[in-house]
Write a new protein. Sequence first.
Length: 296
Amino acid sequence: MSGLGFGGEVAELYARFRRGYPTGVVDVVAGHFGFTRGDVVVDLGCGSGQLALPISERVGTLIGVDPEPDMLAQARRAAAKRDASNLLWIVGSDRNMPELGRVLGQGTLAAVMIGQALHWMEAESLFGVLVGLVRPAGGVAVITNGAPLWLQESGWSVALREFLQTSFGWRLDATCGTDEASQARYRRELTDAGFEVVEHHIDYEDVLDLDSLVGGLLSAFPVEELPTPERREAFAARVARALAPETRFTEHVHVSMLLGRTTSPSRPAADPRAARQPRRHGSNRRPGSAGFACRE
């Protein structure tokens, strides 16, 4: 999870246009792990803070970890606007969790949150590290916040996918970990690492206007392929023509929560070198798959 292309203006667009998480998600996670004001929680792959900020209101300290400094800068700004002072932002990735564990100590974390970012990580080896870092009854929350805009079942989403694939030559089939096979694999790997896993789901609707939809698309572009400002009006017009006559776009969002909880005293984390093995399941921005980055 490094060099994902979320820097520069993409980070600004991400902070502005990516949807946050329903309040119910925070309630379920906080209740399941029994968060208190004395707890320390890590949001791994925190982006611009969509999950970190609401979770920080339930715990003593929230540590946001992300490989993109520009994303963390956006998160700091959002925290400052909320006058939130119990957050710490660290440049890093899943590969740095063994080092973070050595600093914090074994069994010190109430939970590690991973919000629509696990598809960038080495999940199997990561879970082996995290099981030693969380306190008893703490654990790992793997949360997905709906399928990408271009992979939904509605007519406008199908039209959007066809437009993007035709315009840019991308095969947009990367599900960002939202598909059933990925969810089953995550659950199995959590269980194999020693977590007791339960699932929770929340469904809701979100209605987008054209500006919000286009902003969401732009926030998913690799920074090197982001249309320049003078070309964005034309891009928006092309999107509008592709989706006409619709001008408002209803998303049916399915939120999945895999909550892996420890039931015994913390055991030593796996060999840190295990978190550095080559990726086994591939990136969601592989050649010929998705020029877009699927992170919510």
